[in-house]
Structure formats: C-alpha cells, structure tokens
Design a protein around this ligand. Sequence first.
Ligand SMILES: NC(=O)CC[C@H](N)C(=O)O
Length: 274
Amino acid sequence: MAKAKALIITGNGTNCEMEAAHACRLGGFDEARIAHISDLLSGEIRLDDFHFLNLTGGFLDGDDLGSAKAQANRLRYAKTQGGNEHLFEQLQRFIDDGKLVLGVCNGFQLLVKMGLLPGFANNGRQQVATLTFNDSGRFQDRWVYLKNNTASNCIFTRGVEKGLYLPIRHGEGKFVVDGTETLERIEKGNLAVLVYSDPAYTSATMEFPLNPNGSVNAIAGISSESGRIMGLMPHPEAFVNRIQHPRWTRENLPEDGDGLVLFRNAADYVKNDF
Ligand SMILES: NC(=O)CC[C@H](N)C(=O)O
C-alpha cells in the first residue's frame, strides 16, 4: 500500500500538535504532517493527500464565542483560495472516502460544533450537541478513568477490553444534546464510546471529580455511526509512554501508555484499507 499519512492541523490557538504527530508516528503512521490552517485555506495542503485527520486540543480563537465555535464556522464556510471549493467539501469527501478523523478536546468541540459529531441531522451538517462549561465552573486538569463501550464499532477503540486512564484539561467539557431523541440515538447506536467511570471501569459515573464536568450520561467521547470519526475530551496523545503516567515511578506499568491504542488502531486501519 501507499504510505499511511496523518495530518495534524495547527494555528489559531491549537496546542498538542507535536504530541499528536509523535503519537501518530509511534502508532505506525509513515508520515505525520503538521500543517497550519492557512495552508489548507490557501490550497497549498489538500486533505485528499492524507488518510487520518487530527484535530488537536487547544484554545482556538481564545475560546471566544464558546470553544472552537469560530473555527467551526471557518471550516464550514471558508473557501479555499484559488479553487472554488469550500474546505468543508474537501472534509466531506475525506469522510465519504472512508478516511479517519480524530478530534481531541478542542478538536472534539470543533467536530461537534461543525455538526460532524454525532453527525445525525441534515447529512451531518447540523449541530445537535455541544460541549459547554464544566459544572464546577472551573477549568479542570486531572486524570480520569474511561470505561470503553465494547459494543461500539469505533475503529479507534478496537480491542480495548475495559477502559483507558487518560488526562483531561478543559473548561468546556460538559457534553449536552439538543433533546432526548439525540441522546437515545447516541445510546442505542453505542456511539458513546467512552464514559467517565470508577477506577475499576465497572460503571459510568456522574460523581465529581471522576466525572470532571457533569457530561450527560457521563459521556467523555463519542463516535459517528460509521465508527470512523471520533471525538473525546481526554487526551490520548498525552499518554503514549509509561513515563507520562503520574505514578510511573511507583507502579509497575506496561511500556505503552493507554492512549497509544487509538493511534495504533488508526494506522492499522489505514494500512489495511488503503
Ligand atoms: N485542552 C483543550 O483542548 C481545552 C479546550 C478548551 N479550550 C476548553 O478549555 O474547554
């Protein structure tokens, strides 16, 4: 097959792009390119040349108008220069081609605000959920236990038996939906891939600080019905090696951090399918 290529978008206040690129390479991608959003808008970089799109964490546009809202509009409505194509059309083609998208934290907020997650209404173009201020009213920076929904068809969490232990750092991580119909469709479709849980990964919890933001049904991450688009508030790229674990000097841990599996699964999927 051709080289497995990951693209990480930077600019306008993102962070974590170096970590995301590192995680992609460690997971098995042959190339992990960090590109400024301006280079996509100018047409210099084209999504068509990649297999895996990473939307990283950060403080896009300073969280003005609500986290990732301005960037969501930019990606939805901006035309690429020199071409008559909207960037969103490229993105839609990328998705229709069966490629993978991962949104972490600010990237998750972006996917939800673009309407691509959960991607129900109007062919995935209408926003039906949001990520809003944590119940605590404060920025939360801590590690959380995430129970994996093993019935989910999400590509990224394939093979995760119980759950993942990952860090979160956000002010607007409370997942809420526009009504019971959306929530039912998420739950029935097993799209709530990761939920905040107890340390044994037995059940979802609304209890603070295990659930750091008060998300409805303790939802920490969701996927599209195709299983190829995933967004989550915790940061998988921040735990790819055991020495990133807060107690690595005291606990006997496996070499790989819990977050690496998402990037490894993405690389395996691309290598098998393209
Ligand atoms: N780490 C992040 O990506 C944070 C996202 C967003 N700025 C928030 O505070 O909610």
